[in-house]
Design a binder for this molecule. Structure first.
Ligand code: CAA
Length: 263
């Protein structure tokens, strides 16, 4: 891999987009390497992922403008699909993904962060969808996910005006969950990931699926999705240990660590 690094830290996998000369902009190769990195994650040994960018200036400064500048209509659509396919893989990945946004998150950078389950950022982070200033629409899910996260009115304002927003405003509108000094961001991300990794892995996985799938359908169907995933947790070792610990008044006892089970 030239532009992606992967580090395993206990149960937590850390994916770093590492193309600092272009502020970690996403060209085809970065997207392909990210896709391959996700495919290679050991689901038995990993319970949460962190996605970040190399350096202290930029998370991801967008899709690669040089690569896009000469595309035909058909090639533009194919490039959009390439990004969308990887981002959708991230969004539906069986494990929770925390975006640690350590600087610019513009265009495709904002979009990839929105494909993660949770966003936290450094105090120098800048978010935005500047595409209309380049003569294009957001193309890696921005028109869809921003509206779902911050509401259609705010999303339309940001996208139509191409105005970038700072970390404090991103926090105020609910685009990020928390803002940290730059040098504390990765520790905060690791602490959050470790907190997720301590929980029953099948239950966490099912929560992600229930929330994601439920948001795509009406409440009657959504609640059935929850029922099935709730039921799916029973008879697992984690459910027996978790409830057993409670009933034994042994709440300090950690859940028995069981391998992630694909069912
Ligand atoms: N694509 C390609 N290269 C990029 C890039 C991008 N999105 N963003 C930055 N770079 C490159 C610059 O060309 C520059 O390279 P050189 O040193 O070879 O000239 C290097 O990264 C450093 O960038 P700057 O010199 O511009 O750094 P700066 O501090 O002056 O400005 C910035 C930083 C404000 C982020 C500025 O780089 C910028 O505006 N970048 C583009 C942001 C953008 O428009 N992103 C959206 C892209 S479109 C998109 O993402 C479509 C989609 O939805 C799929």
């Amino acid at each position: 891999m030239e532009f992606i690094t992967y580090e395993q830290d206990g149960f937590v996998g850390i994916i770093t987009i590492n193309r600092p000369k272009a502020l970690n902009a996403l060209n085809s190769q970065v997207l392909e390497e990210l896709d391959a990195t996700l495919d290679a994650v050991d689901l038995d040994a990993t319970r949460a992922l962190i996605l970040t960018g190399a350096g202290d200036k930029s998370f991801v400064a967008g899709a690669d403008i040089g690569e896009m500048s000469t595309l035909t209509k058909a090639e533009g659509e194919a490039f959009g699909k390439k990004g969308n396919d990887v981002f959708r893989k991230l969004e539906t990945f069986p494990l929770p993904v925390i975006a640690a946004v350590n600087g610019f998150a513009l265009g495709g950078g904002c979009e990839i962060s929105m494909s993660c389950d949770i966003r936290i950022c450094s105090d120098n982070a800048i978010f935005g969808q500047p595409e209309v200033g380049l003569g294009i629409t957001p193309g890696f899910g921005g028109t869809q996910r921003l509206a779902r996260l911050v509401g259609a009115g705010m999303a339309k304002q940001m996208i139509y005006t191409a105005r970038n927003i700072k970390a404090d405003e991103a926090y105020r509108i609910g685009l990020v969950n928390a803002v940290y000094p730059q040098d504390e961001l990765m520790d905060a991300a690791k602490k959050m990931a470790a907190g997720i990794a301590m929980q029953a892995p099948i239950a966490v996985r099912n929560c992600k699926k229930a929330i994601n799938d439920g948001l795509d359908v009406d409440m009657d169907q959504a609640i059935v999705i929850e029922e099935k995933l709730f039921g799916d947790c029973f008879e697992t070792e984690d459910q027996r240990a978790g409830m057993g610990n409670f009933l034994e008044k042994d709440k300090e006892k950690k859940l028995k660590v069981v391998p992630f089970q694909n069912k």
